[in-house]
Design a protein around this ligand. Sequence first.
Ligand code: NAD
Length: 372
Amino acid sequence: MKIAALKERASGEARVSVTPETVKKFIALGAAVSVEKGAGEAASISDSAYEDAGATVAAAAKTVAGADIVLGVQAPDVKLLKGVNPGAWVAATFDPFGDPQRVEAYAKAGLEGLSMEFMPRITRAQSMDVLSSQSNLSGYKAVLACADAYGRAFPMMMTAAGTVQAARAFVMGVGVAGLQAIATAKRLGAQVSATDVRSATKEQIASLGAKPIFVEDVAGIEGEGSGGYATEMSEEYQKAQAELVSSHIAKQDIVVTTALIPGKAAPRLITDAQIATMKAGSVIFDLAVAQGGNVEGSEPDAIVIKHGVKIIGYSNTPSHLPADASALFARNLFNFLSAFWDQEQGKPVLDEEIGDAVRLTQGGKIVNERLT
Ligand code: NAD
């Protein structure tokens, strides 16, 4: 059983799908691990660290030659996978809705693509969930980016020269990233409030010491769809939410938006007219910028200034903390494969619940019911 990890090719991608820690763990399961030269460089992991852990370090073609499983942060182009064993697995993120051509190419190549974004949200899969591990770091980094771009301090400071007021921070969308954004802004000393369409988050917001801002008494308030994901909201709800946000947002110094709906463009949460009501010098971080953006006018990897307000958004936020993001991503992949490891066969054997959820392609076909 050979497991291979390539250097990521996508621009701005600084993560790596395997770390010396997971190399050792895969070897302990009986696998051989091969890593492409320089794969860990952007995440501060040297080739010799991989070799010390027991991996073979080689050029791309040699790395994948004879591989049974290829790991990736973003699924590699099939052209890079020539020489893998027939029907080899590729466990990575595929952006299946955003990049259907890649899924088709995997089917055509006879590869078995396992999409880590499709990991079901069930308790036993929590340790395998790359969306959670990466969102958590993104929520943290978003607040730090705001603090850096903000021309004022976050905490209240009483100094001999006078008092510095605490920043007011508002988090929109309280999933994994939003909860971490709240916690981080609190730690930095801001006065924090937050909103979501799922009313279950009210308690979570309050438990972090932040103030919940919620639309009350409007049909469609229970915005919870399957698997803990948000659903699209009724028109009435969206209108009420826009009014509430408008009055609240004008008083905020920092806003972090995190709202995503799987398979759809990100919902628009902040309009240009609302930005115009904010104070000059305020900062907005749009964590959904790569999915179309929650904020009107946001652009990936740019600081856009509108009405004196800075709007920031990274196309790949976890890559701004590549070492921790890689460590968690690699552990998620290891937790996934090791949970299904069959000692007798010396390879992982997926069960239906998780296997069918994540498997995109098999036997030359697209087999995932979310795509077919
Ligand atoms: P997400 O990334 O899908 O979305 C971010 C947040 O934005 C969500 O809380 C969503 O409700 C919210 N949102 C969507 N549209 C909105 C709108 N119009 N206005 C305001 N907010 C809006 O969410 P996530 O981080 O993946 O987490 C969603 C839930 O799933 C959480 O309760 C989380 O704890 C749970 N979860 C469970 C598992 C597991 O059990 N394995 C794994 C991941 C997440």
